[in-house]
Design a protein around this ligand. Structure first.
Ligand code: 5GP
Length: 126
């Protein structure tokens, strides 16, 4: 069910639990600011989620409250993962859902990296 991205951070969410090591994930990258792992229900040949280590509900929350260091670290981590996966030459897509209209389901900021083949239209036709 889509979440309300204006709510305070709830540290029982599934990605907070992955960060704490309470549930497993297929990790592809980790540094001081970010963790990247394969999506459990991939929507493309390559579908990786990158999350900040800090407690942020969404892109909105992160862009408002995160420090310059966290923002730089997270953005660099997303770029690093895409390069490491060999996605730059063939191309890839980034997506961050925020709130109900987007269908955001997990209330911890995550950027989706999609790649591994042609990705089709940017969004579903209305
Ligand atoms: P959202 O709709 O919030 O932008 O995307 C949430 C994503 O998290 C979905 O693509 C979903 O498949 C993925 N996801 C949900 N639960 C888990 C989990 O426990 N592990 C992993 N690796 N991905 C998850």
């Amino acid at each position: 069910m889509p979440i309300d991205a204006t709510r305070p951070y709830d540290d029982s969410n599934i990605f907070a639990r992955i960060l704490r090591g309470e549930i497993p994930a297929r990790k592809v990258y980790e540094d001081a600011h970010a963790l990247a792992f394969h999506d459990i229900n991939p929507q493309a040949a390559t579908h990786i989620l990158v999350i900040p280590k800090g407690a942020y509900v969404s892109w909105d929350d992160f862009s408002e409250r995160a420090s310059e260091e966290e923002i730089a670290g997270f953005v660099r981590a997303v770029g690093h993962v895409a390069r490491a996966e060999g996605l730059v030459a063939p191309g890839y897509r980034l997506l961050a859902n925020v709130g109900p209209d987007s269908g955001q389901e997990v209330p911890h900021l995550h950027v989706h990296i999609f790649g591994g083949g042609p990705l089709g239209p940017m969004i579903s036709p209305r």
